[in-house]
Design a protein around this ligand. Structure first.
Ligand code: FAD
Ligand code: NAP
Length: 414
């Protein structure tokens, strides 16, 4: 933990608007910090720092299917430090529409008091701030089954594939609708998962942006059963957080996704969609190095459409001009008749890529979708090792495993 200057925090807070200042001072009182000059930094996952949002910018063009925001957040007064590869956590509020729909389901007013975890709170506060409502997990299904003895839930629990299909995309209101019961609001909130913060790959280097942190966040919106669904944290940012407002955040170290120190070999980065975020932080960091210390760097970036989804396009161009980014290969999947993904570009460039990996001992990084992209990129690396390194499939897989063990290949996937 870092030492904090409470006077600096107080002078920062003094410049804030009334409501936010009161909230932040109450927060410091709660942590018993306001009467102390120096203290141990109290801000972490359990005690998030109220950070000022400095900038919020939509990165996609009009014709896009995506809604991705670039967020710049002030860390002034927080004591937080970070390195490229680290993670930012956000404590969000749940979507008001879903909160209201659940209240209506139980026929209760938002200001009705209930005990939740030994504290008396309004129903609205509990649903809005304290429990998970946008998603359900296997544990919740089990708890709900124990209460309801609904045979259909038992069937779902017993069938892994059906259960996973149900869990993906359904929320707690679906569970109440799909498996009606006489559960009371009190019983219901007691079985919900406590709300947990969402994590985002840091997209900046503090060497470049000073006491700020940047993230890249895709808004989750979809429709099931004629009801619009809103990802809790991503729509909190998209719809309810404006520039100059405060956001409860924390930073977590991630030793599993780090640039080498010193950087002696080339860097290869593979990122699809918002998976490109940490590579902005890597390249900002490398941009700050003396020219003779800059490694060769290669970015593979994939998204749907070049015209609307080429996230941070201008910044990659600037990095190329300053010899920070040696090479970029893009795969825009919806601009081609057959889908072109990052791994297809890697295959096209396999001879050179193998030279970077094998001869020049490049460090490789993969970030983005865990379930499909990352798996297929790893398979592609194995294929390249087979074809270019003349290895058997087992030898190639072993080669990739060794790269991971030696931390020359690192993944940040979700
Ligand atoms: C280490 C790490 C780094 C991350 N970095 C980033 C990042 O840089 N940028 C970023 O945007 N995200 C990142 N994420 C993901 C992020 O943490 C959140 O999971 C994401 O923003 C969604 O949260 P939410 O609260 O908006 O949605 P939630 O309320 O959590 O809802 C998400 C749920 O919606 C469902 N769902 C989502 N899409 C659909 C769909 N199309 N159809 C049906 N159901 C669907 C799924 O069941 C999913 O569990 C990262 C995650 C991790 C673990
Ligand atoms: N938990 C959540 O709800 C949540 C919220 C936000 C983001 N995420 C995750 O964050 C990651 C990034 O999301 P994103 O929308 O920015 O990007 P994304 O969905 O990963 O899409 C980026 C690019 O990757 C392509 N792609 C699709 N399948 C692929 C595959 N098998 N191999 C390689 N590329 C593939 C996409 O093409 P096509 O689209 O044309 O197929 C698109 O061009 C994903 O894991 C996403 O699920 C999760």
């Amino acid at each position: 933990m870092t030492s904090l200057n409470i006077e600096k925090i107080k002078s920062t807070i003094d410049q804030w608007e009334d409501k936010e200042r009161t909230w932040a001072m109450e927060y410091l009182h709660k942590l018993q910090l306001v009467d102390t000059d120096q203290a141990i930094a109290p801000f972490d996952r359990m005690n998030p720092f109220p950070a000022r949002v400095l900038k919020k910018k939509m990165l996609n063009g009009e014709a896009s299917n995506k809604e991705v925001y670039h967020l710049e957040i002030s860390l002034e007064g927080s004591g937080f430090t970070y390195e490229p590869g680290d993670i930012l956590g956000i404590h969000h509020d749940n979507p008001p529409r879903l909160v209201q729909a659940i209240l209506s389901h139980f026929h209760i007013e938002g200001d009705t008091p209930f005990f939740y975890r030994d504290h008396l709170r309004t129903a609205e506060t509990i649903l809005h701030h304290l429990v998970e409502i946008t998603s359900i997990n296997a544990m919740l299904l089990k708890r709900y089954f124990k209460h309801t003895n609904h045979i259909e839930i038992q069937n779902l629990i017993d069938n892994k594939e059906e259960k996973l299909a149900y869990l993906f995309g359904h929320d707690v209101l679906d569970m109440l609708h799909d498996f009606p019961s006489n559960i009371t609001f009190n019983q219901f909130i007691a079985m919900l998962t406590p709300r947990y913060p969402r994590l985002y790959s840091i997209a900046s280097s503090s060497k470049k942006v000073g006491e700020q942190v940047h993230i890249t966040i895709r808004t989750v919106r979809y429709q099931i059963k004629d009801r619009e669904r809103e990802g809790a944290c991503s729509t909190f940012i998209a719809d309810r957080i404006k520039e100059r407002q405060l956001l409860p955040i924390f930073i977590e170290k991630n030793q599993e996704f780090k640039l080498p120190n010193p950087i002696m070999h080339p860097i290869v980065m593979v990122g699809a969609g918002v998976g490109v975020a940490p590579f902005r932080s890597f390249l900002q960091e490398i941009d700050g190095l003396e020219p003779h210390k800059k490694p060769d760097t290669w970015l593979f970036f994939g998204e749907q459409k070049e015209a609307s989804d080429f996230l941070y396009k201008g910044e990659w161009e600037t990095f190329q001009q300053s010899s920070t980014l040696t090479r970029i290969d893009t795969a825009f999947s919806r601009d081609t008749k057959t889908k072109t993904y990052v791994q297809h570009r890697m295959l096209e460039q396999q001879k050179l890529l193998w030279e970077w990996i094998h001869k020049r001992e490049a460090n490789l990084y993969i970030c983005g979708d865990k379930h499909h992209m990352a798996k297929e990129v790893l398979q592609t690396l194995s294929l390249i090792a087979q074809e270019q390194g003349e290895l058997s499939s087992e030898e190639a897989d072993h080669y990739i495993e060794l790269l991971q063990q030696e931390k020359r290949l690192q993944l940040d996937v979700f």
